[in-house]
Design a protein around this ligand. Structure first.
Ligand SMILES: C[S@@+](CC[C@H](N)C(=O)[O-])C[C@H]1O[C@@H](n2cnc3c(N)ncnc32)[C@H](O)[C@@H]1O
Length: 614
């Protein structure tokens, strides 16, 4: 038993007032669990906080409703029950209705539509697709708009349709982009709409009402209200098909089981009111004198019966009442001969006059069951009253006998049994709803696992790509390393060659200047530095003719040009110059062409030799 939590009840009232969703009739245990689940995801800890959260985040309502309204479903859920429904209920029903009759079925609490399309398939398999389109209407309703939208699309994944045999899948579904879509021509006969089982008026004239795995979420009182609506919705011989956890044991006055195991019930039609006045048109009464002339033995046997009994003549007079009738009902011998309708017992504890009339007209026993009656000792007694017509050999009505069976003990046992059954029913329903919750949680977990698997695969492939890139980088690195090694070797060789050249230049007795094709100084040896007082770093890169030294370089211009034009003819010149100390000196300058291995000139080599001071 769940205790009432006022804060939770306030939250339910808030949901009803703000969004029109009435969850007050839902079983608290499952409902609270679902709300808690959502609260922990927000996260908040108290119902009050959650109500505040809903006020600030109106989009939370949809998420909450999706969490509360468990929508586990499937095609042909409990296949054995469906096949029994088809052969034992729908077969005879369709045959009895005839070839032209329309068939109206209602899937109440249809979730994403699988149940409604199952109904369509079952009926089309029985009467053919053409007849189905002409004669059948499948009404499918739910309170959950999102579920209805999915149902209207009629598009299902491979997993959704996995319970269907291949030939049914082939016949009733079209495939499009890996989805299975219920065939359009039949879909027109399946009408989806929003209907709240707790608040909305039912659909009427229904032959088969399928409401599976929805009732179990409601408390007993709300279930009773919904069942009264279902009773109204069904035709007099209509059938109600419930989910396997829903037994309806406590509603035997509205429905009787056709097959309790498969949860198939038939409506008990309402009794028609009895018409006509009390005993007005009855056959002539048996003369009173004859009645009072009953022999003593019969009289005593009657009087001693432990069951209260009153006999009334056809014209409504009390003919006899036994001792138990006196004890229980206060009707005694002194009432014999009085009109029965003048006695209290004629209308209290039950209105018996109508039943007496009914028994007389129909000539069969009428029963008034389960009447609560405060007995003389103050305890409540329950009576089952049997009103039986009495006729003579020629079928003339003599009167009626009223037998008052005391069923208090039986009733108590029945109540206890019913109570136990109800507890059993509730426990079973709770078990089933918990099961469905677990299924939902399982599905959620499964999809999380699938997401993680996908992420893992993606990470793995990224990892593989990175590994490939790494390998490529490694090989590029190796290549760069070998190029680097080669470059280092080359550099070392060049350094050697440079050092070698440097040594040659340094060892030469004369000053040496190497010019490129533009007459810019490329090399300038130690001796040249000494002669002209110009450091190598000051000379290299400068135009030779622009050097500020004691050598009259402009006198060399023609010689240099000539060597450049004809590399095979060196030119020798003697010039007057001034050395770095400012002394006049004679200098011999040898201009030779700088040629490469192909013999092409690429500059000029000037060797400057001091011949002596002047
Ligand atoms: C567990 S599903 C059952 C679906 C389907 N009948 C089956 O058995 O496979 C319960 C359905 O009842 C619906 N439901 C819950 N409360 C409802 C209400 N007050 N009125 C109509 N449907 C309701 C839910 O939205 C959900 O789709």
């Amino acid at each position: 038993m769940t205790t009432i939590d006022p804060e939770f009840e306030n939250l339910l009232v808030h949901l009803r007032e703000v969004r029109g969703f009435d969850f007050t009739g839902y079983k608290r245990s499952s409902l609270m669990r679902r709300v808690h689940r959502r609260m922990s995801q927000v996260p908040v800890t108290t119902y009050g906080e959650y109500q505040d959260y809903l006020e600030v985040h109106p989009e939370e309502f949809t998420t909450l409703f999706n969490t509360i309204l468990i929508n586990v479903t499937g095609f042909f859920r409990d296949p054995e029950a469906w096949s029994h429904l088809r052969s034992e209920v729908l077969g005879p029903m369709i045959a009895a209705r005839g070839d032209e009759a329309t068939i109206r079925v209602w899937s109440a609490g249809c979730a994403s539509g699988e149940e409604a399309y199952t109904l369509a398939i079952v009926l089309a398999e029985m009467i053919g697709i053409d007849q189905f389109r002409k004669r059948v209407k499948v009404y499918a309703t739910d309170v959950d708009e999102e579920g209805l939208t999915q149902a209207r699309h009629a598009s299902y994944s491979e997993r959704d349709v996995s319970s269907l045999p291949p030939e049914i899948l082939e016949k009733y579904f079209e495939t499009s982009a890996n989805r299975y879509v219920f065939r359009k021509d039949m879909r027109r006969s399946v009408i989806f709409g929003r209907n709240d089982l707790v608040q909305d008026a039912p659909i009427s004239r229904i032959d088969l009402l399928v409401c599976r795995n929805a009732l179990m979420y409601f408390n007993a009182e709300t279930q009773a209200r919904i069942l009264a609506r279902f009773h109204f919705a069904l035709c007099d011989d209509g059938v109600l098909f419930l989910g396997k956890a829903e037994m309806l044991l406590s509603h035997t006055s509205m429905f009787v089981p056709v097959d309790l195991k498969r949860r198939i019930f038939r409506k008990v039609p309402r009794e028609r009111p009895v018409n006509g006045g009390f005993m007005a048109d009855m056959p002539p009464a048996v003369p009173r004198a004859e009645l009072v002339a009953l022999d003593a033995l019969r009289g005593e046997a009657f009087a001693a019966s432990p069951v209260a009994q009153i006999v009334v003549t056809a014209d409504g007079l009390v003919a006899q009442a036994n001792r138990q009738a006196e004890t229980l009902l206060g009707v005694s011998a002194k009432d014999v001969g009085r009109p029965f309708r003048d006695l209290d017992v004629s209308y209290r504890p039950a209105e018996l006059r109508g039943y007496i009339e009914q028994a007389q007209i129909e000539r069969r026993t009428a029963r008034v069951g389960d009447i609560e009656f405060p007995s003389v000792n103050g305890e409540t007694t329950y009576l089952d009253i049997q009103v039986t017509p009495l006729v003579d050999g020629a079928s003339h009505l003599l009167g009626v006998t009223l037998i008052f069976n005391d069923i208090t003990v039986a009733r108590r046992l029945h109540d206890e049994l019913e109570h136990t059954n109800q507890q059993l029913e509730t426990a079973y329903e709770e078990l089933q709803s918990t099961n469905e919750e677990l299924e939902t949680t399982n599905e959620e977990l499964q999809s999380t696992v699938e997401e993680l698997e996908t992420t893992n695969e993606e990470l793995q492939s990224t990892n593989e790509e990175l590994e490939t890139m790494n390998e490529e980088l490694q090989s590029t690195n190796d290549e760069l390393q070998s190029i680097n090694d080669q470059l280092r070797d080359r550099t070392e060789q060049l350094d050697d060659a440079n050092a070698f050249l440097e040594a040659i230049l340094t060892s030469l007795r004369g000053g040496v200047a190497v010019l490129d094709a533009d007459m810019r100084v490329r090399a300038w040896n130690r001796r040249a530095e000494d002669m002209w007082g110009l450091r190598r770093d000051e000379a290299v890169g400068q135009h030779f003719l622009n050097l500020d030294i004691g050598l009259p370089t402009d006198q060399l211009r023609a010689g240099i040009r000539s060597v450049m034009t004809d590399p095979s003819e060196p030119v020798e010149l003697k010039l007057l110059a001034v050395n770095r100390r400012g002394r006049g000196i004679d200098v011999r300058v040898m201009c030779s062409a700088l040629v490469d291995v192909t013999g092409t000139g690429s500059g000029v080599l000037l060797v400057m030799e001091e011949l002596g001071a002047r």
